[in-house]
Design a protein around this ligand. Structure first.
Ligand code: F6P
Length: 457
């Protein structure tokens, strides 16, 4: 008889207030959920607010016995909730978001978790860059319920006093026996200690690549291909004549919206993306990882042919499009793993234009827009459109810029049994993130529920 040991990892945030801990916690959660790893954040501050809210900085003075006791209570309740969550089998990674800024507090957390077989990764964020701290402070006082309806100048002064109380007691991590990542000044320097496991290393590597400042990332699908016109999937077809028109239009479309900023263009290794980018006056790199979803035995077929030849597969794909794997090909779940290195590179680099495919772009958009696995395969990625994503501390803005060149609509809604060619975007029913209004193209990021992990066939 064999027993499986479930990996359980607790990421414990460490740092003074306004050092970007919650931002990092949310990034880790979004990244891991995108990969299919159930992850939850447990925030000590939220628990403390249930016990004491709208308090001033004196509450955080270490000589304030009442304040200290309520803070300890909040830390304990939050830790217990996290341990229960693990024990109920609800997930693999939990993030304990608090300041955890003394050796004693960390020793207690480590003892409680390690004694239950939970691996502990401390993540300390140190920031000396005043501009980052100031922008974090503005962000906190505008959102934190402690400062609700307060004059911003009064709130800021009070918050700075609160930080001072923490500074009096702050002990940076130097405990050699603990596993930790110390991030200094938004990744100017990183110190890693005793990181061993695969998932832990993945989290650390991810955080080392994360950049905090907002930036635009540019995307386009390839121009309409000959296969698109014939309603066929897969293949490595050339552009249609309208696709060639889009390739010729793209340099101006980019000039209009990106300006003179120098870009680097990433394409897939397929002809239709390389041809689409061919007239762009920027350095180019082609990535196999950006190739379209491999449709295996269905490559080169129309949806109608697949429905006729493989009716069971066709129905199974509609039931669970994210997990359905084409015979001899890939699933969207496979594709997420394939494009993961691209996400890492997009986090690291600025000024990228990515020219890729419908399914590949859906996977990448799902990461930035925090779209769950059920909805991911239905994200709308129209042809002949330049798309701008602007990830920021709270989510991601999305803008669509039309090339105004006709193309077929390759979007197939769930349950659509008969597939016919349609004109561009005349029927987008059921699409996720479709263009709501060309004049008002910003789609707000909405929190999505993540489905429970389902098994791959
Ligand atoms: O239809 C164009 C295409 O890029 C195909 O090559 C690919 O199989 C398909 O889109 C992916 O979209 P869906 O997963 O909705 O079938």
């Amino acid at each position: 008889m064999s027993t499986t040991v479930e990996i359980r990892i607790a990421c414990v945030m460490v740092g003074l207030p306004a050092r970007g801990k919650t931002y990092l916690a949310k990034k880790i959660q979004r990244y891991l959920r995108w990969l299919g790893i159930d992850t939850e954040i447990f925030n000590v501050g939220c628990e403390r607010q249930k016990l004491a809210n709208r308090i001033d900085h004196t509450f955080f003075d270490f000589h304030n016995a009442n304040g200290m006791s309520q803070r300890e209570q909040a830390a304990e309740t939050t830790l217990t909730a996290m341990i229960d969550w693990f024990d109920e089998g609800k997930g693999t990674v939990a993030i304990y978001d608090g300041t955890n800024c003394t050796r004693a507090r960390r020793a207690w957390i480590h003892k409680e978790l390690a004694s239950r077989g939970i691996e502990v990764l401390f993540i300390e964020s140190i920031c000396q860059d005043e501009s980052i701290i100031q922008s974090n402070i503005q962000d906190i006082i505008s959102k934190n319920p402690d400062y609700h309806d307060m004059d911003p100048a009064v709130a800021e002064a009070d918050f700075k006093q609160r930080v001072k109380h923490y500074e009096e007691m702050y002990e940076t991590i130097t405990e050699d026996h603990l596993t930790y990542l110390k991030i200094i000044d938004a990744n100017q320097q990183c110190i890693i200690n005793l990181v061993r496991g695969y998932l832990e290393s993945r989290i650390v590597y991810f955080l080392m690549n994360v950049k905090i400042r907002p930036k635009s990332i540019w995307f386009s699908r390839h121009g309409e291909s000959q296969f698109n016109v014939e309603d066929k999937i897969g293949g490595d077809a050339d552009l249609s004549s309208r696709g060639q028109m889009y390739a010729a239009r793209l340099p101006d479309l980019i000039k209009e919206h990106v300006g003179d900023r120098p870009l680097t263009v990433w394409t897939s290794s397929m002809k239709r993306t390389i041809q689409t980018a061919s007239q762009l006056p920027y350095p180019k790199k082609s990535w196999k990882a950006l190739d379209e979803l491999n449709t295996g035995v269905c490559d080169g077929m129309t949806y109608a042919e697949i429905e006729e030849k493989y009716p069971e597969d066709f129905a199974r794909r509609d039931e669970d499009k994210f997990n359905y794997r084409y015979r001899g090909g890939e699933s969207y779940r496979d594709l997420v793993l394939r494009v993961e290195p691209i996400i890492m590179e997009l986090e690291r680099h600025d000024n990228i234009l990515l020219v890729a495919h419908q399914a590949t772009l859906r996977c990448i958009f799902a990461y930035f827009l925090d779209v769950g696995h059920d909805e991911l395969p239905y994200i709308k990625v129209p042809l002949h459109t330049l798309i701008e994503l602007i990830p920021n501390a709270h989510g991601c803005e999305k803008h669509y810029y039309r090339g105004n060149i006709e193309a077929v609509d390759t979007f197939r809604p769930k349950g659509d049994r008969v597939t016919k060619l349609k004109d561009t975007d005349t029927s987008n029913a059921g699409a996720i993130g479709e263009i709501a209004d060309a004049k008002n193209p910003i789609l707000p990021l909405s929190p999505k529920l993540y489905p429970k992990k389902s098994t791959t066939h």
